[in-house]
Write a protein that binds this ligand. Sequence first.
Ligand code: C2E
Ligand code: CA
Ligand code: CA
Length: 577
Amino acid sequence: MEHKNGFQLNEEEVDEFLKKIKSSDIYKSKFVEFKITLIYMIVGILWIIYSDRLLVMMISNKDIINKIQTTKGIIYVLFTALLIYILMVKSFERIRYLSKESIGRYEELEAAYEELNAMQYELQDQYDEIQRSNEALKKSKERYKYRANHDYITGLYSIIKFKEIINKHIRDIKYNEKFVLVYMDIDNFKKINDIMGHELGDLFLRNIANELRKIAPKNAHICRMGGDEFIMLIPNVNDFNDIDLIMRNFLEKFKKNWSIQDRNFYVTLSIGISMYPEHGKDYESLLKNADIAMYEVKNTTKNSFYIYNEKLNLNMLNLLEIEELLREGIENEEFYLNYQPKINLRNAKISGFEVLVRWVNNVRGFVSPAEFIPVAEKTGLIIQISDFIFEQAFETLHKWNSLYSFEQSLSINLSIVQFQDGKLLEKIDYFIEKYELNPNFIEFEITETLVMENFEYINDILGEFRKRGIKISLDDFGKGYSSLNYLKELEIDIVKIDKAFIDGLLTNNKEKYIVKAVIDMAHSMGLSVVAEGIESLEQLEFLQLNACNKAQGYLFSKPLPENEARRLLEEGKVFRY
Ligand code: C2E
Ligand code: CA
Ligand code: CA
C-alpha cells in the first residue's frame, strides 16, 4: 500500500527483516555460546595440562616454574579477557545494529499507524460526504418527482401525472359510473402574452391556474397541458344535464376582470368536453375528442363550452383533408381569381371590383373560400395563397389601367395572418413598384375581428397603407364588435355593411333602422359606405334612398372571371333597372 509520504510496507520486506534476524549469530546464540564455551574449556584445560607438563619437562627449578606458571596464568587471563572483550564488542555491535534497525522499523510502523489513522479520518470524512450526497440525492429525487408530476409555472399536475390519474380512475371505476374530461383553452392568450411579455404572461397563467383551482368542483383534478391549455377531470358526472349545469356555473364564476400591472384584461375560455365511456374508453381518445369539441368552440363563439359528438369528428377530418389538398393545390396552381363589380349608386356605373379567390381541386371540385380560407389561415398557407392573389390581382390592375385607363379600385381581402407575417407592407411596396400602380386604386378589405386581434399594431400598418394613398374598407361591418368608440380611431375610409343586414332589409324593420343609422354615422365620420350581398330591387331602392354610396351583389353581377369582368369595362356597362 503506497502512502502520501512515500512510505511503503509490504509483506516481502517484513519477511526479509524476520529472516535477517533469524539468520544472525545472535539469534543462534545458544549454540555459539555452547561451542565457544566448550572450545574455551578444552583449549584452557589442554593448555593448563600440557603447558605445565612442558614446563616440568623443560625446567627443574620449582621457583621458576611457579613464576612462569603465574605469568602463564596472567597471560591466559589476559587472553581470555581479550576474547571476552572482542565477543562482547561484536555482540553489542550487532545488538545495537539490530535495535537501530528495529527502531527504524518501529518508526516506520508508527508512521504507518499514523497514516492509517489519518486514512481512517479521511475515510470517515468520505463516508460523511457520501452520506450527505445520499441525502441530497434523495431530496433531488423527490424534487424531480415533484417536477415530473407538476407543471413548473402553475404547480398544477403535469400531463404525465394527469395521464396516470385518469388511467387509474378508469381502472378503478365502478360499474355504470361516468366522468368527464374538460379541455380548456384561454381565448386570445397570445395577444395578452405579446402585450405583457413572457414573464408577466407566466405570472398571468399562474393567476389563472389558481382561479381554476378555486372554482373547479371539489373532486376535480386539473392539469396544465402546456401553453394556455388546461385539462380537468371531473369524476362522477353521469349525464349531459349535469355537465351543462357544472360548466355554466364554472364559466360564470370565471368571469372577472384581471388586472396585471395596472392593465385590465377580460379573459374567456373555450372549452371542449368528452365523457367516459361514451366518447372514449381511454385517456387518448377522451383527450382527442375533448380537443375536437374545444376546437369547435374556438372557431365559432369562443367563451363557451361544447360537448363532443360524432359530427365534430367528421368536421375535423374534413379540415385535415382540406389542409392536405390545399398544400397540393398550391403546388399545382389550382387557384384563380374572380372579380365582382361594385356599383356606384349615383350613376349606376362600375366603380371597382372586389377580388375573390377561387379554388377548383381535382378531388373535391369547387371548394368555397368560406370553407378553405379559415383552414389556410390556421395553417399559415394563406401567406402563399395571398402571394399568388397579390401577383394576379396587381397584374390585372396594371393591365386594366393601361387598356381602359381604369380609374376604379380593385379591392383585396386581407387575413390577420398576413399582418402577423410582418412582411405585408414590404410586399405591397414591391408590387406597386413592379406594376407601376397608382395606390389610390388599391383597396384592402379587413374585418373587425382582424383589427381586434391587436388593435394598435394593425392600426399602425393601416395608417402606413393610407399614407401611400391605399384605401381601407371595414368588411362585414355589424357582424362583430361594432363598437363606435374604436371606429373613430381606426384608419379606414370605407364601411362595408354585412350581408346579414342587407338580407334583413326585406323582412325586418329593425334592420332598416340599423342600416340607415350605420350609413348616417359613417357619413358623419367622413367614411364612404358600401352595401354587399344585394339580390333584390327592394334592397337597392332602400339603399339608394338612404344615400348608400356603393353596392355589390348578385343583382348586378356575380363574381366573374377576368375576361368577363374586362368585358363589362369594355362595354362601359351602366346598370339600369
Ligand atoms: P366576403 O369578403 O364578405 O366576400 C363576399 C362574399 O359574398 C363572396 O363569397 C361573394 O361571392 C359573396 N357574394 C357577393 N354578392 C353576393 C350576393 O348577392 N348574394 C350572395 N349570396 N353572396 C354574394 P365568396 O367568394 O364565397 O367568399 C367568401 C369569403 O371568403 C369572403 O367573404 C372572404 O371573407 C373570403 N375570401 C374570398 N376571397 C378571398 C381572398 O382573396 N382573400 C381572403 N383573405 N379572403 C377571401
Ligand atoms: Ca370582402
Ligand atoms: Ca363581406
